[in-house]
Design a protein around this ligand. Sequence first.
Ligand code: SF4
Length: 110
Amino acid sequence: MNQVQGAKTSVGQQRPCRSHLDLFDMDQSGPTEWRTAQRICGACPFLAACRAELAELQAETGFKPLATIWAGDAYTSSGTILPPARFDRYALAVAARQDVRDSSNAATAA
Ligand code: SF4
């Protein structure tokens, strides 16, 4: 969970992403979920504020969202914005990295 997604608004309303965090996690879900998350952002009443908060955070601290959907944009594990047309390819790369990790863990445990 990130800071913006974890925050309540000034009027105390819950941000829509708080109820669907699994959809926004680009390490744990896939292209279908990421597209759903982007639709949720697109309909979010806090989208403009969310973008402004992120821009302010980035300007002040150099912060990069990692492996998440934030304010309608998809960020890779290195903080690059990923266009939806590249979601499927990115998902394959994430799965391949996970396979390598799983194989390494299995070899270590043996
Ligand atoms: S725009 Fe997206 S990330 Fe931002 S508060 Fe709304 S649902 Fe959450």
